[in-house]
Design a protein around this ligand. Structure first.
Ligand code: AMP
Length: 181
């Protein structure tokens, strides 16, 4: 199963991606998690990207695409993956298509999580990650709306819309229904 999850920060993509990864026995690939690990370990990439993360800015696509290409090329991703947080722009979506063509694979499904911005702000403030201050959250939402919404047009026709409001189990059921599981 090869899935892409789209939607604003705080829509619950990470949680649902984890559940889907377990169900299908494929890795959950979160670019945010990969970057945060690099930052925590102070790798050269981590030092390069930490200001983007703390400011809620997108990391330049060359760095992001290289990270994803490497991750999707590893053996455990051969049977599939759940991509969470990537692609975030049409440039990245084109790059993903190129990576998949190179691997001889195709996406099965794109899921778009929809949720109101004000609910996201409340959820993320409650989560309390270091990049979860209100002004950074609002900035991340603006970046999402500006740069990511063209992705919906890019994937139009291949996308299932998921109402992301509600309890984890309820959203999980909607996700599985949309996948015909
Ligand atoms: P996330 O955990 O998906 O909310 O991502 C946290 C942060 O990591 C974002 O605010 C960006 O700084 C960076 N990031 C994650 N994924 C991407 C991506 N696909 N392109 C650029 N930056 C990203």
């Amino acid at each position: 199963m090869r899935l892409v999850l789209l939607g604003p920060p705080g829509a619950g993509k990470g949680t649902q991606a984890g559940l889907l990864a377990t169900k299908f026995g494929v890795p959950h690939v979160s670019t945010g998690d990969l970057f945060r690990t690099h930052v925590a370990e102070e790798t050269p990439l981590g030092l390069e990207v930490r200001e983007y993360l703390s400011g809620g800015e997108l990391v330049p696509s060359e760095l992001t695409v290289a990270l994803v290409a490497e991750r999707l090329g590893t053996a455990d991703a051969a049977r599939g993956f759940v991509l969470d947080g990537f692609p975030r722009s049409v440039v990245q979506a084109d790059a993903l298509a190129t990576i998949l063509t190179g691997l001889g694979k195709r996406l099965d499904r794109v899921l778009e999580f929809r949720i109101d911005d004000e609910i996201v702000v409340r959820r993320l403030l409650a989560r309390g990650r270091t990049d979860d201050t209100e002004s950074v959250i609002r900035h991340r939402l603006r970046v999402h709306h500006e740069q990511t919404e063209s992705l919906l047009a890019y994937y139009a026709g291949h996308t299932a819309v998921i109402d992301a409001l509600g309890e984890v189990e309820d959203v999980a059921r909607r996700v599985l229904d949309s996948l015909g599981e």
